[in-house]
Structure formats: C-alpha cells, structure tokens
Design a protein around this ligand. Structure first.
Ligand SMILES: [Zn+2]
Length: 248
C-alpha cells in the first residue's frame, strides 16, 4: 500500500551535533506534535535559515516547517532516519500521561507557518497532508496519535491555535481533516492495480468479450436460463472488480 505523494518534502538539515540538532536517533516514533511558529509572516525557509544561523544558541527545534510553497525538513524525520528535535519542554508531565514517553524522545514536531504573505489555506493543506503522511510512515493512528503543543504545555503554549484560529478551525477540526486526508491518500489511485483487490480493465474486457458474451448467447439460444443468469452474474462481478460500468 502506498501513500499518495501530493507534495515534495525538501531536506535542508541543520548542522549535525549542534544544540538544535543533537544527532540522536529516535528509536520509536510514538506520536506527532502539531505546532505553529508563533511568528507571523516568517516562511518555512526563513525559519530554517534562522535555526541554522543560531544552531548552537539554544536547544529548541522541530523536524518540519510548512508554508504555502515549501515543506522543509531541518531534522531528519520523513526524508531520513528519525532524529530527536527539541520541541516540547521535558518537565511537562502531560506527554508522559498521554503517551508514556517524552515528546522530545519519541514524537515528530511539525510547524505551521502563517501570517504576512503566507496563503494560510494553502499552507494548511500541506500541513494536513504531511501530518497524515507522518502517521502513515510510522504506523500511527491519526485518531489518537496526534496532539498539540498547547495540549502538552498548556501554561506556556497556545500553538498551533495561533494559526488555527485564523482559519476558524478547532484542534478537533484539524484532526478530522488529517483523518480525511489519510483516508484519501491511502485509497487506490486511478489505474492502480492492487494485488488481490482489483482486475486490470483490459483483462476484464477480454474475459467479457472472448468468453462470457459468447457463452451467454449460447446459453440463451439453448434456453438454459439458469446458465445465462449465472454468466450474467459472473460478468457483473468482473465489471465491478475492474471498475468497468455495469451494463444493467
Ligand atoms: Zn510549539
């Protein structure tokens, strides 16, 4: 099963073994934390450039930044083996209560850029997609395995609601959008043949025209109604399985 690659993810990794990118592996990705930058008007590229310039100034980072033109990964998560990013303070107990682990050790952090010249509706679509893709990539359940920075650290943080409020979206709306995107991106694409789940249209047409139609006519001619009905049923199943229009 493949996940529809609607957008490109650009790796632009921070310098290794720095304060922002400690180059520590994440052994098990357990959940995703939704963030926004809290800095209206700053693009994905600008945020990553700033992180790189200040890579030894502080232990604060995230894996991905998303705006209306770019999805940039500055710490490996989807474009390479997952590494730790420092995106939720360690001394909040909520991540441990909800997931049994600290977010910094086991969660992907995804930042939504907003404000200024950023087309937030477009940025949000990309953000929803990359969150859904992250769930698929790590076998997470989008219903239960996505949380927000504001949920994990409610006394200090409001993100990603800075951005969501501008879209008149609640956190629950966001989860519903991710679930819908996840479902859509997993659905079989047009003309995709999935082993055991579909039949190639050309093969179906050949079976119908070469074998079933002549047999159906023959059965009718000899008055064998049961046989004719059976062949008709079989033909419908083959049309159904290959996505051809029914002739009923
Ligand atoms: Zn945050």
């Amino acid at each position: 099963m493949t996940f529809k690659q609607k957008f490109n993810i650009t790796p632009r990794y921070l310098t290794e073994n720095t304060s922002r990118r400690p180059s520590l592996p994440v052994n098990t990705v357990r959940f995703i934390v939704a963030h926004d930058t809290g800095n209206p008007g700053s693009s994905a590229a600008a945020n990553v450039s700033y992180y790189e310039r200040s890579c030894n100034d502080m232990e604060a980072s995230a894996h991905l930044f998303v705006d209306d033109t770019d999805i940039i990964e500055c710490i490996p998560f989807l474009t390479g083996p997952a590494e730790k990013a420092w995106h939720v303070i360690y001394n909040t107990p909520i991540d441990n209560e909800l997931f049994g682990v600290d977010a910094n050790d086991c969660a992907g952090g995804i930042e939504l850029c907003y404000g200024g010249n950023i087309d937030l509706n477009t940025a949000y679509k990309r953000y929803v997609w990359v969150t859904a893709f992250s769930c698929w990539r790590y076998g997470l359940n989008p219903v239960s395995d996505i949380t927000g920075h504001c949920i994990l650290d409610p006394k200090r943080k409001v993100d990603p609601k800075n951005a969501f409020n501008l879209l008149s979206k609640t956190f629950e709306d966001f989860i519903a959008d991710v679930i819908a995107e996840y479902t859509e991106c997993l659905a079989p694409h047009e003309n995709e043949i999935i082993k055991g789940k579909g039949l190639d249209k050309g093969v179906a047409v050949t079976i119908l025209n070469t074998w079933l139609k002549p047999s159906w006519y023959a059965a009718n001619e000899t008055g064998n109604k049961n046989q004719a009905d059976y062949i008709h049923w079989l033909a419908d199943k083959i049309r159904e399985g290959s996505g051809l229009e029914s002739d009923n």
